[in-house]
Design a protein around this ligand. Structure first.
Ligand SMILES: *Cc1c(COP(=O)(O)O)cnc(C)c1O
Length: 232
């Protein structure tokens, strides 16, 4: 019940942010981040028409994917990815937002089963050079994107960022606008990208204003987490 109400509220926030930015609401996709919440919570959101779900912890995600296979949902890996986990991800997930090393991309491409469509990927960009966050420096992103675009097991969709939280709305917006500018720069350089994965529960309005095409929303839908978010 709470999840249904929260989901409605988040959809309204996205619609209002789109209206304020003069964007069509269909241009912003909602990724429901279900990390630490049980398959039952995912099923409740799915009953409300939510199709895309994000997971940070690989084994937890794989377990939910198996438990809910009958629902035909789309699963996104958004957490830090170690080499020894790439096979599980390549075999079970539909998307990876957190590609932060060339080696990880190569392994995902090689390990993607040929019976499945190429794995959709976003390159993670450390837009504010935060020492605590993974991702490529903005000036590395173009070369990395060109390399990933050539990998047969992958389909490069865009870039993802997790900026440091700020309490200054103008600063939050400015950081998101820098990411949008980088996204446009990559597209101007011949990369067919359609996904700017940016914005979470606290800053989705600013992200939509700046041009996000996919917001990743956890706590505003599922409630507070007792386990600390592992976002690096
Ligand atoms: C946990 C997480 C989110 C969702 O964060 P909320 O603040 O709960 O909306 C989004 N993106 C990533 C990468 C995360 O780890």
């Amino acid at each position: 019940m709470t999840i249904a109400v929260n989901l409605q509220t988040v959809r309204q926030r996205i619609e209002q942010a789109c209206a304020a930015a003069d964007r069509l609401p269909t241009t912003v996709h909602l990724l429901a981040v279900s990390k630490t919440f049980p398959a039952e919570a995912v099923a409740q959101a799915a009953a409300m028409g939510q199709r895309d779900f994000g997971e940070n912890y690989i084994q937890e995600g794989v377990d939910k994917i198996a438990a809910l296979a009958h629902l035909g949902l789309t699963w996104h890996c958004i957490g830090p990815l170690q080499s020894n986990k790439t096979r599980l991800v390549a075999e079970h997930f539909d998307w990876v937002h957190s590609v932060d090393r060339l080696k990880i991309a190569q392994r995902l491409s090689e390990q993607r089963p040929s019976t499945l469509a190429p794995l959709n990927v976003c390159i993670q960009v450390n837009i504010d050079a935060s020492p605590s966050k993974a991702g490529f420096a903005p000036q590395e992103a173009l070369a990395m994107a060109h390399a990933v675009a050539l990998m047969p097991g992958l389909r490069l969709r865009g870039i993802m960022t997790i900026p440091e939280p700020t309490h200054e709305p103008a600063e939050t917006l400015a950081v998101h606008q820098r990411t949008k500018a980088l996204f446009d720069h990559l597209r101007a350089n011949g990369l067919a990208l359609d996904t700017l994965s940016m914005g979470m529960s606290a800053d989705l309005e600013a992200a939509v204003q700046a041009g996000s095409t996919m917001v990743r929303v956890g706590s505003a839908i599922f409630g507070g987490r007792t386990t600390p978010p592992l976002t690096r």
